[in-house]
Design a protein around this ligand. Structure first.
Ligand SMILES: Cc1cc2nc3c(=O)[nH]c(=O)nc-3n(C[C@H](O)[C@H](O)[C@H](O)COP(=O)(O)O)c2cc1C
Length: 222
């Protein structure tokens, strides 16, 4: 195997610091930059079939790759004979009728996307009583090594720590395409020499499928 470069929290935090300084210099700030929109991945599956159980797959995605994975997770889950709603986390208004909730988030600057931690906080009472599962997408999981898993677990800790009834957690490689980020981010991230932000699609669809297939049993739906 190639000698995998360790992608540390420090690499991403360093990136954040560079971007913040750049923002200060340009007077914009990275947090004010907009990400180009991606198509909604919201979908209802088996709605018309009067299934006994209903699952929510809630995602927080900045550039669309996590949204695509959420849709795939929902499609695979639905094959086990449950109704599935795939929704952007920020669009979920109420938490009723669900028998389990799967949450998916991109990792940005060493943290889950804020929308998913807000979602977990907003529905903390309901989520504490439901079986839950979490997945993340990040470039820190470009390669599935014990070291990268440990690093990524730290990134998603602010989310998983809010979920006492969590039954399963998956950390997948993400996707990074310079064309899906704002011009300022594109410029800054194109200067990354650490390899941490090397553009590419690192999603392992076999692993995503396998995990999705394990969910009905893990969530007690089988
Ligand atoms: C500005 C920016 C910051 C990122 N920070 C991290 C990070 O700290 N850790 C990580 O593993 N991946 C990081 N990534 C990679 C994304 O998590 C990865 O590309 C993911 O698939 C993006 O999901 P999305 O397309 O749903 O937004 C970052 C990407 C961008 C554009």
């Amino acid at each position: 195997m190639d000698n995998p470069k360790k992608i540390s929290r420090r690499s991403f935090i360093k990136g954040a610091a560079i971007l913040t300084v750049a923002g200060a210099v340009t007077g914009t700030g990275i947090w004010a930059t907009s990400t180009p929109a991606y198509p909604s991945a919201n979908i209802d599956i088996n709605q018309e079939k009067n299934m006994e159980k209903k699952i929510l797959v809630a995602y927080a995605s900045k550039c669309g790759s996590t949204a695509e994975v959420a849709q795939k997770v929902g499609q695979v889950l639905s094959q086990s004979g449950v109704e599935v709603e795939v929704r952007s986390a920020r669009e979920v208004r109420k938490m009723e009728d669900y028998d389990a909730v799967v949450m998916g988030t991109a990792i940005r600057m060493g943290r889950p996307v804020g929308e998913i931690t807000s979602f977990a906080k907003k529905f903390s009472k309901e989520l504490a009583l439901l079986p839950t599962a979490v997945f993340s997408l990040g470039l820190s999981m470009k390669e599935d090594t014990a070291e990268n898993r440990a690093e990524t677990a730290k990134f998603i800790a602010p989310l998983v720590e809010q979920l006492p009834s969590r039954k399963s957690t998956a950390m997948f490689g993400g996707k990074f395409d310079l064309n899906t980020v704002s011009p300022i981010l594109r410029f800054m991230l194109s200067k990354d020499t650490s390899g941490a932000m090397a553009p590419g699609d690192y999603r392992d669809w076999n692993a995503i499928n396998a995990w999705s297939n394990s969910l009905p049993a893990e969530l007690g739906l089988a």
